[in-house]
Each structure stands twice: as structure tokens, then as C-alpha cells.
Design a protein around this ligand. Structure first.
Ligand SMILES: O=C(COP(=O)(O)O)[C@H](O)[C@H](O)COP(=O)(O)O
Length: 320
């Protein structure tokens, strides 16, 4: 698929969910590298940089996107020739896709261990990683009931109930605002993540923080299923995750909004759940408490404190 087409499909959410966005982006970069008409290495690098920026500008919150783009673009600076650079992009992209799919499978195995026979699980949005855990627990013969939210305004819950129904899992579909009233029936909350900060805060679909708060009040455990590339290295520098604000027209039809003089429609697409409301984060490397998020950033994303210190020096120089 063409690069601009992929970017547009991510922007309009035809391709959505942090893992799928990351895989689509690296595949688009590899396709672009194959066809990029560059006369020399410098031109190739700058063409690829522009392509990376087009993809990065599509949606700001899911950190899987910059992490995946970084993984594919990193070898470009070390390449000595144009064929080597082209080849490196293709190899890195293929490796990312393979390891991403493998990570979801590992998360399913590990996450399923934390789901017990007889559990009533609440999930929110449509997360490949969270669903993988639930589907695997069901496949292992555990008797589950799932509550799935609607997920206004884009109704990702419709995708979730379809997947649960296809698997033959007993499912109740609820509107987002019904969460607190049914929380006393829920024995486990399982959600995905778009980003996890160094202090273990989880950025996920709007409404997740409210669900985690209700779960905390009811003493129900909250499990987050997230591949290591959802962890945000730059939060070590104190950078905040940008919360995407989407079009008001997704929330209220324009013909109604137009008649309201004093009303502003807001549409934040994600929110932040503090670490204290998260019990466990299941990654492909194992399950960790949110307090250990830094170890994932250091050990598995390959960013260490020296990298950050160097980055800080560079940032200061650029500001001067
Ligand atoms: O919040 C969303 C999707 O938001 P949107 O629909 O706005 O992209 C998902 O919970 C995470 O991306 C994790 O999904 P996955 O586990 O599939 O990566």
C-alpha cells in the first residue's frame, strides 16, 4: 500500500489500535523504501525521513508508532550505501512485524494465566492484546463472562463484541456510563494501552481512567496488556504523552453543533490512568507491576539513562 494511503487510513482510523498502527506504519515505510527513486544515500535518507514524518503526524498518542518508526529508521544512519540502506529498512520492518505478532501471542499466554475460571471480565475499547488474553483463557477452557463497553464516539466496542461472539464467549454489551453500576459483578478488568510512561501511568482509550477508578473503589484488579513497544522512552525526560483531540463532529452532528452558540464540543480520544489504579502490566517479556515500567524502557527498548542525558544535552544545544 502507498505511504500516503496508509497515513490517511491511520488518520481516519480505518487502521486503528496501537499495535496495528505500528505494523501498518513499518510496512508502509518498507514499501516506500523499495520504490523511493533516490540517486544517492543522502537523498534516500532525506526521502525516508520525510516519509517517517508523514506517518508520525497521523495520530499523536500511540507511542507504538514512533517506537516502530524509530526501529526501522535507526540503521539508516549507519548504512554505507544505498542498497544497504534499502535492505536494512526492509529487514527491520519485517523483523518488527514478526516480533509484534509474536509479542501478542506471548501476551495472550501470560495474560491468560491471570484470568481465572469463572471470572467476569470487563474490557474497554478494542485492544488486540487485551482480547488475545481473554480469547486464550477461553480457549484453555476457562468459563468466562465478558462485559464490553460501547466506546463512544467511534464504537470500537462493536468490533470487540463481534470477536467475542465469534469465539462463543458469553458477553454483555453496555454503554460506557454503565461501568460503575455493574462493577460489583466484575472480577477482573483487562484493557490495552496506547502508551505507558516511565512511572507506570497507562494512556488508553478515553474512559479507561474512569473504569480503573471504579475498579479501584470496588477492589477489582486492573490488568493492562501491552507490548514493550507501547512503553514511552521519552517520558524519562519528563515529556508528556500528547492526548489526541479528534473532531467534534465525531461527538455531535455539525448541524446540531451549528445551532449552539455557547457550546464547545470536546473530543479527547485518550486518557491517563495513574499507576496506583493499575495492578499488573502484561508484556511479552513477562508481567510486571506498573512501578517497573522503567526496566522495560531500559532493557527492552534499549534506551538507557546515558542516552537520555545525551539527548538532553542535544535538546539544550538546539534551544541555544
Ligand atoms: O485505545 C485503544 C485504541 O484506540 P483507537 O481505536 O482510537 O486507535 C486500544 O486500547 C489500544 O490502542 C491498544 O490496542 P492494541 O492492543 O490493539 O494495540
Amino acid at each position: 500500500m502507498l505511504l500516503n494511503e496508509t497515513a490517511e487510513r491511520i488518520r481516519t482510523m480505518e487502521i486503528r489500535g496501537a499495535g496495528r498502527i505500528a505494523r501498518a506504519a513499518v510496512e508502509a515505510l518498507a514499501g516506500y523504501a523499495d520504490t523511493l527513486d533516490a540517486t544517492d544515500l543522502a537523498a534516500f535518507r532525506s526521502g525516508m525521513q520525510e516519509a517517517a514524518e508523514t506517518l508520525l503526524a497521523t495520530r499523536p498518542t500511540a507511542v507504538s508508532l514512533p517506537n516502530a518508526v524509530h526501529a526501522v529508521m535507526a540503521p539508516l544512519s549507519a548504512a554505507d550505501s544505498l542498497p544497504e540502506a534499502r535492505d536494512a529498512v526492509r529487514r527491520r520492518a519485517d523483523a518488527f512485524v514478526t516480533s509484534s505478532l509474536h509479542a501478542v501471542e506471548r501476551i495472550a499466554d501470560i495474560g491468560a494465566r491471570h484470568i481465572s475460571d469463572g471470572d467476569t471480565v470487563l474490557t474497554h475499547c478494542n485492544s488486540e492484546a487485551a482480547l488475545a488474553c481473554i480469547l486464550e483463557a477461553h480457549r484453555q477452557g476457562k468459563d468466562l463472562t465478558v462485559y464490553a463497553t460501547e466506546v463512544r464516539p467511534r464504537n470500537q466496542g462493536h468490533l470487540t463484541i463481534r470477536a467475542l461472539d465469534d469465539a462463543g464467549i458469553r458477553t454483555s454489551f453496555i454503554i460506557d456510563s454503565a461501568v460503575r453500576s455493574i462493577m460489583n459483578r466484575i472480577t477482573l478488568v483487562v484493557v490495552g494501552a496506547d502508551a505507558i510512561t516511565v512511572n507506570g501511568a497507562v494512556v488508553n482509550k478515553i474512559g479507561t481512567a474512569q473504569i480503573a477508578l471504579a475498579a479501584h473503589e470496588a477492589r477489582t484488579n486492573v490488568v493492562v496488556a501491552a507490548e514493550t513497544y507501547k512503553f514511552a522512552p521519552r517520558t524519562v525526560l519528563g515529556e508528556l504523552i500528547e492526548i489526541e483531540e479528534r473532531s467534534p463532529a465525531e461527538v455531535l452532528p455539525e448541524e446540531i453543533a451549528r445551532t449552539l452558540k455557547h457550546v464547545t464540543v470536546r473530543n479527547p480520544a485518550f486518557d491517563v490512568t495513574p499507576a496506583e489504579y493499575v495492578d499488573l502490566i502484561v508484556t511479552e517479556k513477562g508481567a510486571i507491576p506498573p512501578e517497573l515500567a522503567y526496566t522495560i524502557i531500559r532493557e527492552y527498548l534499549g534506551w538507557n539513562i546515558e542516552d537520555f542525558q545525551r539527548q538532553l544535552v542535544l535538546d539544550h544545544r538546539n534551544q541555544d
